[in-house]
Design a protein around this ligand. Structure first.
Ligand code: UGA
Length: 460
């Protein structure tokens, strides 16, 4: 099918009736933002306690600006929450599917939540409703949904795909100021109607067929994952060559073909999407007859990155019996999400090697952690550092930049920093007697390069 690029073709006035199935990150953000844009939104979730919480104006997740948008929606009566999906879709012009697609054992996406929801609502939807999947789904899923509708004798509901590109922590902003909106529909008038929902947002709209839209989302996440594995590999290269990855990436970021985003080396990439979607795409590709070896390598490099960080700690302390302070449990800053968090991957490896890991995260509590036994969660950074031999920074929370170095010197048993986010001021910590190990940058026991001021460098 031909790919069209258009901006807001056939945009309609605001005020559509929207049903959202699933009130997780994607459903809640989309629902609250659609309501903010002037639509009438009914959001359904089977989790009754979540719905009660939402109806009382609380969101239960750490997401900047989202609670305010939910409150606005509830106050204006444009946003409501229900437990019965039928209630959410009964009057809807558009139904957005925002349900999880968890990985199966082989890495492929489990579509059972989506398929059973569609079977359940198939006969409740009004004729001419547009059913849109927003969750990340394998290419071909829209066709599968059409088949489910057809089996229920529903032939007057169009199926489309409108992938989300929201980042946790900045989801509201990403929804309201997107780099682009992608609409996959096999009928231009359906695409136009979906584009109308975004009429108040100035952005590029890319209209294409459903399979291409589904593929676009997977490929976007795979590209980001590959970019990060490349950056982490470049950091490892810098370490063996004695180069500084920060300067390398600053220089690369000025190249508009590369782009300045997603160039920070770290403990490896994680979260609920990049690892899951990358594995699913490797699986989708293999099933379709293509060995996506580049993406397989990106996944392997990411596993190696967790090991590399553990090796950095082991270079400084004997892990067996050592106490390690781990700062940061969330997979990145500004979220309390620990799904596929690099920090937990690393913690598990340290514990397996005999270390005692005491962790602190500003947004994650002990109750959030079910996966790791032997990890002690402390109430602040200083409690985590007490009697520790090494301090490992795993998440780039701003508050870790402000740590009281003098207090930590007295609290720790031995004085080693492993900064997996290159967050701390290296020289400050070294001045206080710590060894400092970053990622792809000069460690405290390496000779620093002579810095030539930029102007002088140009004159030479
Ligand atoms: C990711 C994508 O960025 C979104 O576009 C997409 O919509 C979303 O997945 C999804 O599929 O729903 P998110 O999971 O919120 O969003 O996380 P990112 O901000 O992409 O970060 C992913 C990982 O990369 C994190 O572990 C982060 O710490 C790491 N990262 C990111 C780095 O190590 N360095 C960087 O420079 C950037």
């Amino acid at each position: 099918m031909q790919v069209n690029e258009s901006s807001l073709v056939g945009a309609r006035d605001v005020g559509a009736e929207i049903g959202v199935i699933g009130a997780g990150y994607v459903g809640l953000t989309s629902g609250a933002c659609f309501a903010y844009l002037g639509h009438e939104v009914v959001c359904a979730d089977v989790d009754e306690s979540k719905i009660n919480l939402l109806n009382s104006g609380r969101i239960g997740i750490h997401e900047q600006g989202l609670a305010a948008k939910v409150e606005d929606g509830l106050t204006s009566n444009r946003l409501s929450f229900v437990t019965d999906p039928a209630e959410a879709v009964a009057k809807a012009d558009f139904v957005f599917l925002c349900l999880p697609t968890p990985p199966r054992k082989d890495g492929s996406a489990d579509l059972s939540f989506i398929s059973s929801a569609v079977s359940e609502i198939a006969r409740v939807m009004q004729p001419d409703t547009i059913l849109v999947s927003k969750s990340t789904v394998p290419p071909g899923t829209s066709e599968l949904l059409e088949q489910i509708l057809a089996r229920a004798d529903v032939t007057d509901v169009a199926v489309a795909h409108n992938p989300e590109f929201l980042r946790e922590g900045t989801a509201v902003n990403d929804f309201l100021q997107p780099d682009r909106v992608v609409i996959g529909a096999n009928d231009q008038s359906v695409a136009d109607k979906i584009a109308g929902l975004y009429a108040n947002i100035p952005t590029q709209i890319v209209v294409t067929d459903t399979t291409t839209a589904e593929t676009t989302k997977y490929v976007a996440n795979a590209f980001l994952a590959t970019k990060l594995s490349f950056v982490n590999s470049a950091a490892a290269l810098c370490e063996v060559l004695g180069a500084d990855v920060k300067d390398v990436m600053t220089a690369l970021g000025h190249d508009r073909r590369i782009g300045a985003g997603f160039l920070k080396p770290g403990p490896g990439w994680g979260g609920s999407c990049l690892p899951k979607d990358s594995r699913a795409l490797v699986n989708v590709a293999a099933t379709a007859g293509y060995d996506f070896s580049l993406l397989r390598s990106a996944l392997e490099v990411n596993e190696q990155q967790f090991d590399r960080i553990v090796a950095k700690v082991a270079d400084r302390v004997v892990l067996e019996g050592a106490r390690v302070a781990l700062l940061g449990l969330a997979f990145k800053a500004e979220t309390n999400d620990i799904r596929s968090s690099p920090s937990l991957e690393i913690a598990q490896r340290l514990i397996d090697a005999g270390a005692k890991v005491h962790a602190y995260d500003p947004a994650v509590t002990a109750e959030d952690l079910h996966e790791i036994t032997g990890l002690v969660v402390e109430s602040d950074a200083y409690a985590a550092c007490a009697r520790a031999s090494a301090l490992l920074i795993a998440t780039e929370w701003n508050e870790f930049r402000q740590l009281d170095v003098e207090r930590i010197v007295t609290l720790m048993y031995d004085h080693h920093i492993i900064d997996a986010r290159n967050l701390l001021h290296r020289d400050l910590w070294v001045k206080h007697g710590f060894t400092y190990t970053g990622v792809g940058i000069f460690n405290s026991d390496e000779k620093l390069p002579v810095r030539v001021p930029a102007r002088q460098a140009r004159q030479e």
